[in-house]
Design a binder for this molecule. Structure first.
Ligand SMILES: Nc1ncnc2c1ncn2[C@@H]1O[C@H](COP(=O)(O)OP(=O)(O)O)[C@@H](O)[C@H]1O
Ligand SMILES: [Mg+2]
Ligand SMILES: [Zn+2]
Ligand SMILES: [Zn+2]
Length: 291
């Protein structure tokens, strides 16, 4: 059953009416209930209320005020990067028709997502840097958690690889590191194709993750800076030659991804560059993007 929409509290300057905010604790962003929800008359600040389901049975469900512990734990579990904690689909701007299409598709995914239903088609956002692919991924995970208490998780592929390498060196088996990735309702893997020198091992890890998600019937959202063969733009990592996504991940995984995902082009002006240029105009001693 769908969770109730958050009760809008536009008067709250702390949370903008969402009923929660993220607090940075060590290297983790933890979702905490906002002051404005603590005295909620519906749930007394407990975040759970009794309601009747479609058959007339009394059930306990999340309160829309922001204190719902399931929603807070889903939000914390997203592991959003700190710079993207406040990025939402509502704050995504369309400078190019492709971005408009990408935003509509992202919204549709969120709206149509049914928790625990198998086989939902996933998305691959494909576009050059700075067009808002990470913004879209984070915005989608956030909305799924807020509106449907969906347990999502954000992973940057390159960092995930190094976590897995650490796991192996601590004696974890591949089953053990795969299990949390398998169980996540919606997994988002960003920077697909970014990798180091050990391409064969990296492709093997990706293959395992994608297979285990596919077999579990759970969608994996993907984003990449690498173009398709038909794209009219190119991307090269520092010091490397330009490559397509197919070259980066190999033909086998590439065709698997196509089976699982709709590929969405995200084309537009480079916002990192624009943000940097704007900062530079304000402060000429600013020497580069800080993210
Ligand atoms: N279309 C957009 N609307 C609003 N902000 C954007 C948009 N595109 C990029 N940004 C912002 O620019 C920065 C870089 O975007 P990011 O999502 O990291 O791009 P990408 O992942 O495509 O390289 C982020 O701060 C992001 O919020
Ligand atoms: Mg990105
Ligand atoms: Zn508030
Ligand atoms: Zn409440």
């Amino acid at each position: 059953m769908a969770e109730p929409a958050p009760i809008p509290k536009p008067s709250c300057a702390l949370c903008g009416g969402e009923g929660f905010s993220f607090q940075q604790r060590d290297d983790k962003a933890v979702a905490v209930v906002c002051e404005c929800a603590r005295g909620c008359p519906e749930c007394g600040g407990q975040g759970r209320v009794y309601a009747r389901d479609g058959r007339g049975y009394e059930i306990l469900r999340g309160c829309g005020c922001g204190a719902d512990p399931r929603r807070l734990s889903a939000l914390t579990g997203l592991q959003l990067p700190s710079k993207f904690l406040d990025r939402t689909l509502a704050s995504y701007r369309c400078y190019h028709p492709a971005q408009q299409r990408a935003l509509l598709r992202a919204r549709r995914f969120v709206d149509e997502f049914v928790p625990a239903a198998a086989g939902q088609r996933a998305l691959l956002f494909c576009g050059p840097p700075g067009t808002g692919k990470t913004h879209l991924l984070c915005g989608m995970l956030r909305e799924l958690a807020v509106h449907k208490s969906v347990r999502g998780r954000y992973e940057e592929f390159f960092l995930l690889l190094s976590d897995i390498r650490d796991g192996f060196s601590r004696g974890l088996s591949s089953r053990e590191w795969l299990e949390p990735l398998r169980l996540t309702d919606v997994l988002a893997i960003d920077e697909l194709g970014k990798g180091g020198k050990n391409r064969e091992w990296e492709q093997g890890v990706l293959d395992e993750i994608i297979s285990v998600r596919y077999n579990a019937g759970r969608p994996t959202l993907l984003a990449t800076n690498y173009p398709r063969a038909t794209s009219d733009w190119e991307f090269k990592a520092d010091g490397a030659a330009a490559e397509t996504l197919e070259q980066r991940v190999g033909p086998r995984i590439f065709s698997r991804i196509h089976e699982m995902c709709d590929v969405i082009d995200v084309i537009g002006p480079d916002q990192r560059k624009d943000q940097h240029d704007a900062r530079k105009a304000r402060d000429p001693s600013d020497h580069g993007p800080r993210y």
